[in-house]
Design a protein around this ligand. Structure first.
Ligand code: 0A1
Ligand code: ZN
Length: 860
């Protein structure tokens, strides 16, 4: 009995994959030929793999498979019958050192609700293979260090699937005469299976060309439904700008004659960098003023750039195994961040990047799912497409850039690309290239790759010295961590003159660093972690007068923003802890910023915004969502009321008579909409009509949605009119209806839980579209006030939804779980309620390993 139980438990608990267990592949596949007979209900896939034994061993060929049944298996042209299926994988004995294995399987793309492998979206057939989706298409060693040349032939009904796209170049096409046609695509660059893609369907293209730095012409096409063509120009402009930027900044040229992008409505992530055939969630391609906000425009450009940049950082040099994911993702996010900074205001971009890091990554680093950017183990790799791998990963590359300086950093990336082109590399390879190119010793820097948790600096001025202590907090499985190498940018201001003696880069390597202050120059005001050069938290003994001074005088825009944020945070934390706080210093600092006409309005719009309720909570021992909301609303109201003339002036000054897409016009819209929010917070009698007037007159989505958001949080009579009219106007546009869902579930109104329940059964709600699920469940779990309702209704609602979603789309379900896992941060009553939902999820029969991993780690 005991043995039976052990065996059963072992079978029920998914296996843990460990980085230290990596071994080279037993068999390589230099060439694969694929034939797809495409149809939504039944697609046949014939695969011919040329296999070569890798090293001296006698192990059989093992081809990963997930949900596949072989219809036939041929070995060197003869039927093989000695194969077995083990955990979905096909095991085939092979005598010699080379073999030709041919398999045939059938798939049902229209039944594929997971959106991994080959699936149907709208009338299209498309693929998603990263990380382990290729094994849902055909039997193959589905790991990133097996690089193959692909030749792919597709056959399909011509009326349903007139466009057939694959990786590489189209090397043939023709009509079969019976209403069917075919196309052949050949990719000359060996690639891992996760970069395979195909698309078939009725698509129209926005076409253009790009001439590369060596004079080659590349044909560009963005493929969408015909009606969406007018919304593709921004993406096309971003693509061409990205291609030019990668040549100018990294010396990287595009390597094929074609580059295709396809937009699909149902997609688990943002987009995918498949070689020369990027597939995008349509929300990161489609943009026009009527339906996309300025933030959407920025996201489109950023994601187009990100996927394009992967052609070098990810495709030409790929990852040896999935533990190295940040090698391509951290580096590529850093590249897209720099690209976006170059396209507009670098200061505002940096502030936005830090805000995202603090909102998404810091909580991850401080919670039960904390992991280093190079994790040591996983159960399900798709759970590791995290803010840590992506955004903290980017910060770590940024620190290398800071430590080495841009010239050495570029030398390092050149060396990395040259050395590893056409291979599957590791994070260690990247650091070694940086080290070799620069001659700098990065031994201690490497700890960043292995260390989870956000380092905390405590900084104080003691007479003639600055004393800096660093501590890396314990995280699951990691305690007592050694100090990290931290590039810290700081400046010491003389408050009397408003100047400083120069921006200094201090490289911290020890638990305590002492820096001598210039003799005889009074107590300086400290501007620290300027530019947010390191992804850390900093606690200082700066007074509110110091912070007010910096918020007005720091010449580092990030430092200026940060000082204001800190001043606001200190005020809010005091208010939460003691029930009241002096609002005046914040009001004075905001007034100074608001009336400084030398500042970029886009920057002002960021600087005068209060920290989010979630971020305030992150500063507290025990999060009290109601007290935080009350304290923040009180300060917002005080700012709105006391400075109402200034908000009013800003609102009017930044009005435009028609929509223009430019950095200046975007900045004006930003500040104007922040002003609208403060005017509404002041509960000025005319805020409802003012917002409704903006809502109705807007000629762009930024202004319309900002007004709708303002109305959605209040109870002005115009509220329901605006929500109805918005729905009626955009009912046929799924991406805009997502905004309609998200706006309502983010509301601070008392009836929000009931609204979420109602939207859950709205005819437009579906668990089959990840964007819609995120618009409801993802946005609601960010609503600190109502998700954390004291009776646990918010937790139950999320858990219900995740349990319903798990059998349909486990990846998307697992991504939405982490807010429930933050239970340790709350009071005992909420802790119990959150844990109860996690336990309920864990007890569900047939739970996916995706959700199992997230829920079990969250409870541990
Ligand atoms: N490599 C992509 C992210 C991505 C990962 C997995 C996916 O499958 C569900 C899709 C996309 C990127 O970084 O953009
Ligand atoms: Zn990426």
């Amino acid at each position: 009995m005991g043995i039976m139980l052990t065996v059963q438990n072992a079978a029920a608990t998914p296996a843990i994959i460990r980085r230290e267990d990596y071994t080279a592949p037993d068999w390589l596949v230099p060439q694969i030929d694929l034939e797809f007979d495409l149809a939504a209900a039944a697609t046949q896939v014939r695969a011919q793999l040329r296999l070569v034994r890798n090293g001296a061993h006698d192990r059989p060929v093992r081809l990963d498979g997930d949900g596949l049944t072989p219809l036939s298996v041929l070995r060197d042209g003869a039927v093989a019958s000695d194969w077995t299926l083990v955990d979905g994988a096909l095991i085939i004995p092979v005598m010699g050192d080379v073999a030709l294995i041919e398999t045939v399987v059938t798939l049902a793309p229209d039944q594929n609700t997971q959106l991994m492998g080959l699936y149907a979206s709208g009338g299209l057939l498309c693929t998603q293979c990263e990380a382990e989706g290729f094994r849902r298409i055909t039997f193959f060693p589905d790991r990133p260090d097996v690089l193959s040349r692909y030749r792919v032939r597709m056959t399909a009904d011509k009326a349903h699937y007139p466009v057939l796209l694959g990786n590489g170049d189209c090397t043939g096409s023709g009509d079969l005469g019976d209403g069917r046609h075919w196309a052949e695509w050949t990719d000359p660059f060996p690639k891992p299976s996760y970069l395979f893609a195909l698309v078939a369907g009725q698509l129209a293209a926005n076409r253009d060309q790009f001439v590369t730095m060596s004079g080659k012409t590349v044909d560009l096409a963005i493929w969408v439904a015909e009606a969406d063509l007018p919304k593709t120009q921004h993406a096309m402009d971003a693509l061409k700008a990205s291609m030019a930027w990668d040549e100018r900044v990294y010396g990287r040229e595009y390597d094929l004659g074609q580059f295709n992008i396809v937009a699909v409505a149902d997609f688990n992530f943002g987009a995918m960098e498949n070689k020369s055939l990027n597939i995008f969630n349509s929300r990161y391609i489609l943009a026009d003023p009527e339906t996309a906000t300025d933030l959407d425009y920025d996201a489109v450009a950023g994601v187009v750039a990100h996927e394009y940049f992967h052609n070098w950082s990810g495709n030409r040099v790929t990852c040896r195994d999935w533990f190295q994911l940040s090698l391509k993702e951290g580096f590529t996010v850093f590249r897209d961040q720099c690209f976006s900074a170059d396209q507009g205001s670098a200061a505002v971009k940096r502030i936005e990047d830090v805000r995202i890091l603090r909102a998404a990554q810091f909580p991850e680093d401080a919670g039960p799912l904390a992991h280093p950017i190079r994790p040591d183990s996983y159960i399900e790799i798709s759970n590791f497409y995290t803010a840590t791998i992506y955004n903290k990963g980017a910060e770590i590359i940024r620190m290398l850039n800071t430590l080495l300086g841009p010239e050495m950093f570029r030398k390092g990336t050149d060396l990395y690309f040259d050395r590893h082109d056409g291979t599957a590399a590791t994070c260690e390879d990247f650091v070694r290239a940086m080290e070799d190119a620069s001659g700098q010793d990065l031994a201690q820097f490497r700890l960043w790759y292995a260390t989870a948790g956000t380092p905390r600096l405590t900084v104080r001025i003691a007479d003639d010295r600055l004393i800096i202590d660093q501590r890396v907090p314990d995280t699951p499985g990691q305690t007592g961590k050694p100090p990290l190498m931290i590039p810290l940018r700081l400046a010491l201001f003389d408050p009397a003159t408003g100047t400083h003696g120069g921006d200094r880069l201090e490289v911290l390597t020890k638990a305590r660093t002492e820096i001598a202050l210039p003799a005889g120059s009074g107590r300086p005001v400290l501007s620290i972690n300027r530019g947010f050069a390191a992804p850390i938290t900093v606690e200082t003994d700066r007074t509110s007068a110091d912070l007010a001074f910096l918020s007005a005088h720091d010449d580092d825009p990030f430092g200026r923003y940060e000082a204001m944020q800190q001043l606001m945070l200190d005020t809010l934390v005091t208010a939460v802890q003691t029930g009241s706080a002096d609002h005046d210093p914040v009001i004075a600092a905001v007034r100074t910023t608001l009336t400084n006409t030398a500042l970029d309005p886009a920057f002002v719009g960021e600087a005068v915004l209060l920290p989010s309720e979630a971020f305030i909570g992150d500063q507290l021992e025990v999060v009290d969502p109601d007290a935080i909301h009350a304290a923040r609303e009180a300060l917002r109201c005080a700012l709105g009321t006391t400075l109402s003339d200034h908000w009013d002036a800003a609102y009017r000054r930044h009005a435009a008579d028609h929509f223009v897409y430019s950095p200046e016009a975007k900045g004006a819209r930003r500040l104007r909409n922040v002003a609208l929010g403060y005017l509404a917070a002041a509960r000025a009698d005319d805020a409802g009509p003012l917002a409704f007037a903006q809502f109705s007159a807007a000629d762009n989505m930024t202004d319309r949605l900002a007004a709708l958001g303002t109305l959605a949080n209040g109870d002005a009579p115009e509220r329901s009119l605006a929500l109805h009219s918005f729905y009626d106007r955009f009912r046929d546009n799924a991406l805009v209806i997502d905004k309609w869902f998200a706006t309502q579930v983010m509301s601070t109104r008392a009836d929000t839980l009931a609204v979420v329940e109602a939207l859950r059964t709205h005819p437009d709600f579906t668990l089959h579209n990840p964007n819609r699920v995120r618009a409801l469940a993802g946005a609601f779990s960010m609503n600190q006030l109502h998700f954390h309702a004291a009776d646990g209704a918010g937790y139950r609602l999320l858990a219900d939804l995740l349990l319903a979603l798990d059998p349909i789309n486990p990846q998307t379900a697992a991504k939405l779980l982490p807010p429930l896992g933050r239970w340790r941060r709350f009071d005992p009553a909420r802790q119990a309620l959150m844990r109860a939902q996690l336990e309920r999820i864990l007890a569900a029969p047939g739970l996916s390993k995706d959700l199992f991993e997230q829920a079990s780690k969250s409870l541990a």
